[in-house]
Every structure is written in C-alpha cells, then in structure tokens.
Design a binder for this molecule. Structure first.
Ligand code: NDP
Length: 288
C-alpha cells in the first residue's frame, strides 16, 4: 500500500500532511523546495513525478483540470492498472469525464473529489469531500481520506466538481452582495460592526457575513489563503454546469462577470475577499 500526492499548494500541503501521518506517502510539487519542506515537516518522501506512478492511490490538488491533464500526460505509460486517481482539484465536470475515460483505457479508476473547508479545514483535517464516480471505488479509498471530516458521494463522474462549483458560486454571490449592502450602509454613516452584529443574528447572514467580512475585510488583512482567480474560475465552471443543462441563471451570469472584472482590476493572486475592493472603488467608500 502506497499513497502519492501531487500539488503541495495552500490546500495540498496540509492535506498531504494528514496522509503522511497515516501511512507512507510520496509527494511531488512543481517547485521542489516545497516537497522537500513537506518531507522535513511530515516525514513524507519528496520524489520525481514519474517515481510516484506506482502508488496504488494517487491524489492531485492543482489549480484547474488543465494542470491535471499536464501531469497525466507526463505519467502516460507509467500508471498501473488498478490504481485509483483521486482528484481533489476544484476541476471541471466535463474534464472529469474525459480524464476518467482516458484513465479507464489504462485500467486506472478516477474519482473527482474536490474539498471545502479552506486552509483551516485542511490543517485541522476536517475538510468536506464531495465525490463523483463509482461508489465501490470510493469505499476502497475512503479509509485513505485522512484529511476529511465529512465525505459525501454526490453522483457519477463529474458530479463532485459540479457540486463544488455551485457551492463556490454561492460563496461568490453572498460575498459580493454583502459587500454592496455594507458599502451603502457605510456611505450612510452606519457602524459596520453593529450592522454585521444584526445581520448575523438575522436572516441575511452567510459565511461571508459571519466570518469572511469581519476577519478579512473590516480588518483590512485580506490574508491570501484562497485566490480570487480560483474563485472566478469556480463561478465560470458553475456557469458551464448551468449551460450544459441549457439552464437560466442570470444572477450567476452577472456574478461571473463581476468576479472576472475583480480578478483583472484587483489581481487574481489576491485573496478572494479582496474582490470587495472593487465594490469599494465602485462606491468610493471603504468597507471598514
Ligand atoms: P495554490 O495556488 O496554493 O497551489 C497550486 C498548486 O498547484 C501548487 O502546488 C503549484 O505548484 C501547483 N501547480 C500550479 N501550476 C502547475 C502546473 N502547471 N504543473 C504542476 N503543478 C502546478 O492553490 P490551492 O491549494 O489554493 O488550490 C488548489 C485547488 O483547490 C484549486 O482547484 C482550488 O480552487 C481548490 N480549493 C482551494 C481552497 C483554498 O481555500 N485555497 C479551498 C478549496 C478548494 P508550485 O508550488 O510550483 O506553484
């Protein structure tokens, strides 16, 4: 039994830490210094990408499905039949289906298994994992999901990525709408800590109002734990999910445009909550 983890970013680094505490774990990162730091901190084994092809469970956590394709192509011809590939990237449902088919031709199983709970959940080992794919394959790897607090099978291949995209689209809507409302209240002279106190005891509350805005926006800290560019990507995937059903989702469409604008104006590597800096610019007021 051997486990491998590809992509030691803000999420992957602590997630792979939980795996290494559980069993022998090979780690690979594009920037090797991060894999070496992981080996020193958690006792994992930093290796070349091709060296982890023989693991029986391979996790990936990369920015998008495009980077997952890049590593799959490098590993082509080296993966072994019976291996399970667990992609924890917030990827694209259509790419999940294509990757599952590509891997199936090589005898490898694929689960789309994106996560929620942020870097705090990754460090605590309490992430929620939403899994698309064969339920029997999930049962084989369930004991290996050492970073999870909750694991839910949500449907066939691609369903995990679809649920993740819709969840993050809701985050984007709630965050932006709270920012617009608070900007107006601030311009009208209302104390925002008092306004949030009321909203968080009332029906307008959300994770954005309860946690993100107080901790990251009013504080002016905007700690870069989840990139604005990644949230904009997720809203775009949610719009593709809607489009695949020929659905009507004008609010999500507007949200996608707003986050693409925020990514361009504020910068994709800023924390996602920094999107509200664009709301501030639009209203000439600081949400503080
Ligand atoms: P980061 O930007 O922190 O890390 C990205 C990782 O991908 C790094 O290990 C990076 O390597 C690697 N990488 C980037 N491009 C390539 C490439 N072309 N080839 C190989 N490796 C590459 O991202 P996060 O950890 O924040 O996010 C990862 C995934 O998890 C995303 O899909 C995101 O949407 C999702 N997610 C993020 C959450 C968060 O709170 N941050 C919460 C839930 C899901 P290198 O070190 O060399 O740059």
């Amino acid at each position: 039994m051997s486990t491998a983890f590809i992509g030691l970013g803000a999420m992957g680094y602590p997630m792979a830490g939980h795996l290494a505490r559980q069993s022998d774990t090979l780690v690979w990162n594009r920037t090797p210094a991060r894999a070496q730091a992981h080996e020193a901190e958690f006792g994992s084994a930093a290796c070349e990408l091709s060296s982890l092809a023989h693991a029986d469970v391979i996790f990936s956590c990369l920015p998008t499905s495009a980077e997952v394709w890049e590593v799959l192509r490098v590993l082509d011809g080296q993966l072994e039949a019976g291996t399970v590939w667990v992609d924890c990237t917030s990827g694209h449902p259509q790419e999940a289906q294509a990757q599952a088919a590509w891997l199936a031709e090589r005898g490898v199983h694929f689960l789309d298994a994106p996560v929620s709970g942020g870097t705090g959940g990754a460090e605590a080992g309490t992430l929620t994992v939403m899994v698309g794919g064969d339920p029997a394959v999930l049962e084989r790897v369930r004991p290996r999901l050492a970073f999870a607090g909750k694991v839910v099978h949500v449907g066939p291949t691609g369903a995990g990525f679809a649920v993740k995209a819709v969840n993050n689209a809701l985050l984007a809507v709630n965050l932006w709408a709270a920012g617009e409302g608070l900007a107006a209240l601030k311009a009208g002279g209302v104390e925002l800590t008092a306004a949030l106190d009321v909203i968080n005891a009332s029906s307008g509350r959300s994770n954005a109002s309860e946690n993100l805005i107080g901790q990251r926006v009013l504080s002016r800290e905007f700690p870069a734990t989840f990139a604005l560019g990644l949230l904009a990507k997720d809203v775009g995937i949610a719009l593709d999910v809607v489009g695949a059903q020929k659905g009507a989702a004008p609010l999500l469409g507007a949200t996608g445009g707003l986050y693409r604008a925020a990514e361009r104006v504020i910068g994709g590597s800023a924390d996602h909550t920094a999107a509200l800096k664009l709301v501030e610019q639009m209203n000439d007021v600081e949400i503080s």
